[in-house]
Design a protein around this ligand. Structure first.
Ligand code: CA
Length: 500
């Protein structure tokens, strides 16, 4: 049984509605007098902080941060809220349980120094009521690529924006985590890779890499030298330049993180996502590696090698996140609060999330392929054009696709929670009206006696093995609602005709 048409139609409908609703509700926080920074009808202008390769790099990499320049810098005032999504928004969108507080180390690897990293981080965390994370209290540590606290590399205002984005996203998603900032000498793959090895040597359980570059034959050796760390969850941004492979996102050992547009919605989840695609040259990366062999967990047939991405999270500057960055001042566009996007946002979100959930040391980069029902499937949008036989590499659809991988995280499901959260919004139904959530559990084809099955709520994967089997085949049942179609699928996907 398929519900592909139903889901895609629903998504398109709710997205259009949500953009209007959210623009109205958030307008009060905008101090520019213009429309909301999350108005999807507007084409944002961005400053790509460190997208220019350094000319002396042998294997240059660039960062994937994009700072909005059409949203006036926000001047913090008491009781005011910065523009852009904050920790509560991300927790709601990705269904993050509130009771998890690990103190494991999440590392971010960046080039150059951000002299204001710790002080800017303090402002961000104070704004959102997060516990202080400082060198003094042992939460924050900044080192060079050799692992020493000095000397630090030359300061750079572009990478400082990237560093603030990474620090703030780790803080937002895992406020209790320790943060290790590794600042390497320059944006060259050799240095950045050395930084990854240093992060692991210093005890990081997760390492986020918000940078990348085009592939050449050197990536095979680089992959082996820098990214093969079993028991450490390593993420890499998919890129900000639309369809096309980027390394280290194509590493056989990392979780490649694509980007979405994230908006509030009246659906059961309360949010909806589409592929981030701003223009013909700006949007999430994805694609087929020319050099890295295909991991066993990837079963797509259009790419004989490693294909990216694996998962995704918000990255569209138009639905961007709030960041606090001051290094470089006004001439660098760094005057405090700003709205950022880029897959530099989504990579640290995923790294911090798996750490928050206690999964960083056990989840491999094949996790999302083995647990598809733990992710919100993104089914619409594209990041360019690609051939018919490989259309999934650049076009979202039901199930795996290149731009968004297996989808965006449902953190409670990943954590193995057995109790589904209450519906976020009981507003208008967002599907085509096929069902109303009043399923009695007795529809033809099977029965479902699990308590939540009769309530019309979505199921959390892990509820029981039968429900998980249905959700794996039809993610709507875990993402949206356990309806009569899910019940009828019990007979189709479970060994028996009951699911209790
Ligand atoms: Ca998909």
């Amino acid at each position: 049984m398929t519900r592909a048409l139903k889901v895609s139609v629903s998504s398109a409908f709710t997205l259009a509605s949500a953009a209007v609703i959210f623009a109205c509700s958030s307008g009060a926080t905008e101090d520019t007098g213009t429309d909301s920074p999350t108005d999807l009808t507007r084409h944002p202008t961005v400053m790509a902080d460190c997208h220019t390769p350094q000319p002396d790099a042998r294997h240059p990499a660039v960062c994937f941060a994009e700072r909005r320049t059409d949203v006036a810098p926000f001047v913090a005032k008491p009781a005011a809220v910065p523009s852009g999504y904050g920790p509560a928004d991300l927790a709601a969108a990705y269904n993050i349980p509130s009771n998890l507080a690990p103190n494991s180390i999440v590392a971010i690897v960046d080039a150059q120094d951000d002299p204001n990293a710790e002080s800017d981080l303090a402002v961000y965390r104070a704004q959102y009521g997060l516990p202080a994370c400082t060198t003094a209290n042992g939460c924050f540590k900044k080192v060079n690529q050799k692992g020493a606290t000095s000397p630090l590399p030359k300061a750079d205002s572009g990478w400082a924006g990237e560093i603030s984005l990474d620090l703030d996203m780790v803080s937002a998603v895992c406020p209790s985590c320790k943060i290790l900032l590794v600042e390497v000498d320059s944006a060259d793959m050799t240095n950045l890779g050395t930084g990854v090895n240093t992060a692991v040597a210093l005890g990081a359980v997760a390492v986020s890499n918000s940078y990348g570059g085009g592939e050449d034959s050197s990536v095979v050796a680089a992959d082996a030298a820098y990214f093969n760390h079993p028991g450490v969850f390593i993420t890499a941004s998919a890129g900000d330049n639309d369809f096309g492979a980027s390394f280290p996102a194509t590493s056989a050992h990392v979780t490649a993180v694509g980007g979405t547009s994230l908006v509030k919605s009246s659906n059961a989840r309360g949010w909806s996502e589409t592929v981030w695609h701003t223009s013909s040259s700006e949007g999430t990366g994805s694609g087929c590696s020319a050099y890295i062999s295909k991991p066993s967990f990837q079963k797509d047939t259009g790419c004989k090698n490693r294909v990216e991405a694996d998962v995704s999270a918000v990255a569209d500057p138009n639905t961007g996140v709030a960041i606090y960055d001051t290094y470089g001042g006004a001439s660098a566009g760094a005057t405090g609060w700003a709205v950022y996007g880029g897959t530099s946002a989504s990579s640290p979100i995923i790294a911090a999330l798996f750490t928050r959930l206690g999964k960083a040391t056990t989840a491999t980069n094949g996790f999302s392929y083995a647990n598809t029902a733990d992710f919100y499937d993104v089914t619409s949008g594209n990041n360019g054009t690609c051939g018919t036989s490989v259309k999934y590499e650049c076009t979202a659809g039901v199930g795996y696709d290149g731009p968004t991988g297996n989808g965006t995280p449902n953190a409670a499901a990943i954590a193995g929670a057995v109790t589904p959260p209450p519906p976020v919004d009981a507003g208008a139904p967002v599907d085509s009206g096929v069902d109303s959530g009043s399923d009695s559990g007795t529809s033809s084809g099977g029965t479902c006696k699990h308590s939540v099955c009769t309530q019309g709520a979505r199921l959390t994967n892990g509820c029981n093995t039968c429900a998980s089997a249905v959700c794996a085949a039809d993610s709507y049942c875990c993402h949206n609602q356990w309806d009569n179609i899910c019940v009828s699928e019990v007979a189709e996907y479970c060994p028996s005709t009951s699911c209790n």
